[in-house]
Design a protein around this ligand. Structure first.
Ligand SMILES: Nc1ncnc2c1ncn2[C@@H]1O[C@H](COP(=O)(O)OP(=O)(O)OP(=O)(O)O)[C@@H](O)[C@H]1O
Ligand SMILES: [Mg+2]
Length: 379
């Protein structure tokens, strides 16, 4: 509302009241507002379809609608728009009820001045914006909870069935190696649940804006080498060749190394998870404009074109299945995208069925390479 002009829809049938409000707006600075005045609710609803508004000033007693019904109908037609109700001196109870029914604020006619009018509109716009944000977060939370509950149910059932069985006489009398098999199954499923819960906590931390980056100069080459070593055993187990190529020195970036490692680990482990044995995975790094671009290319199954836009959304698994029964929670790429975005960067995928996939992420370079290994840019 500070920048640009505020587009107001005024629905008021009393010419005197309408003139007074216009005078108040002119007092604050007419050029800061674009006012559209209509006298009936029907005309107001029509204008909403044709024009964009930032705030609605709504009289409750109109020729074609009266009282709370006016707010209900306006709110239904413009649930994303802030409404400030205009009431008479004796209507404050109705005004409060109007706020409960979806209006953001109310002004009592006869007690309005330019400061009050401006403050009510500002407050209504801000409150509506926050409400919409909260509604979105709430929706996401419900969605995540539903999916998490669904994903936790199966492994939890395995843990329960296996442990019940081990505690029964028949289970207790099993040969040691059979018992160990059951315990391994319990551990595998417990590990999966723990990872799912850790990932969910990450998603919730990130979505609520609580992800704090610990920014330091990071040596990406060392980080990649470490990650390749870490995933080496997994790759060898599936007879997949994992290699790293880069030409010349790579500039350091101002970044949160542990978080970047999380992104890289997800990309490399995905490449291993969705590739057949006998294939290879290449990790590369290059400087492009003022960004460092890290790429993980596999010769795996590839992702159908119409599923590519699902990739970075929470729990959005595609039709591509892991090649050796590895588990997936479907949160890795959603978390990766948030981490990369927090670094002012971008992550994207190129893929096609039977062509393999390449995942790239780019983050701005903060400081140049230094032969002594020190960061030479801002840090
Ligand atoms: N390299 C790849 N090749 C083919 N499909 C992939 C690849 N990477 C990701 N996918 C698809 O995208 C989906 C989402 O990946 P994401 O990393 O978010 O989750 P995940 O690996 O299934 O689980 P996790 O949360 O353990 O990472 C995967 O389930 C898979 O369907
Ligand atoms: Mg993954």
């Amino acid at each position: 509302m500070e920048q640009g002009c505020t587009r107001i829809l005024l629905v008021e049938d009393n010419p005197g009241d309408a003139r007074l409000l216009q005078a108040f707006l002119a007092e604050v600075g007419a050029s800061r507002f674009e006012l559209t005045h209509v006298e009936t609710l029907g005309d107001g609803l029509k204008r909403l379809v044709e024009q964009q508004f930032d705030v609605i000033l709504l009289d409750l007693s109109l020729p074609d609608s009266h009282g709370l019904d006016t707010v209900a109908r306006m709110h239904q037609a413009a649930s994303d728009k802030p409404i400030v109700v205009l009431t008479g001196l004796n209507d404050e109870v109705v005004a409060l009820e109007a706020v409960r029914k979806g209006a953001q604020d109310y002004l009592v006619k006869g007690q309005i001045d330019s400061t009050l009018l401006l403050r009510a509109m500002r407050y209504a716009i801000e409150r509506k914006r926050i409400n919409i944000e909260l509604e979105k977060l709430n929706e996401l939370k419900n969605q995540l909870l539903g999916m998490a509950a669904h994903d936790l149910r199966n492994p939890l059932a395995v843990v329960k069935t296996c442990s019940d069985f081990l505690l029964e006489p028949v289970g207790q009398n099993l040969p040691a190696e059979k018992k160990t098999d059951f315990m391994r199954r319990i551990k595998r499923n417990a590990d999966f649940m723990l990872k799912l819960i850790d990932d969910l906590l990450d998603v919730s931390r990130i979505e609520s804006g609580k992800l704090v980056l610990d920014l330091k100069p990071v040596d990406i080459t060392a980080l990649i080498k470490r990650n390749i070593e870490m995933n080496g055993m997994l790759a060898r187990g599936k007879e997949i060749e994992l290699s790293f190529r880069h030409n010349g020195p790579v500039p350091r970036v101002q970044a949160d190394g542990a978080r970047l490692e999380q992104v890289l680990n997800n990309l490399i482990s995905n490449a291993i998870k969705f590739s057949e044995s006998g294939t290879s995975i290449d990790v590369g790094v290059r400087t492009e404009n003022s960004n460092l671009v890290i790429s993980v290319r596999d010769q795996g199954q590839g992702i159908p074109a119409d599923e590519l836009d699902k990739l970075f959304k929470p729990f959005a698994r595609t039709s591509v299945r892991s090649t050796a029964g590895e588990r997936s929670t479907g949160l890795g790429l959603a978390i990766s995208r948030k981490i990369v975005q927090a670094h002012q960067g971008r992550i994207w995928a190129e893929s096609g069925v039977s062509k393999g996939s390449t995942f790239h992420f780019a983050i701005p370079v903060a400081c140049g390479p230094d032969p002594r290994g020190n960061c030479t840019g801002r840090d």
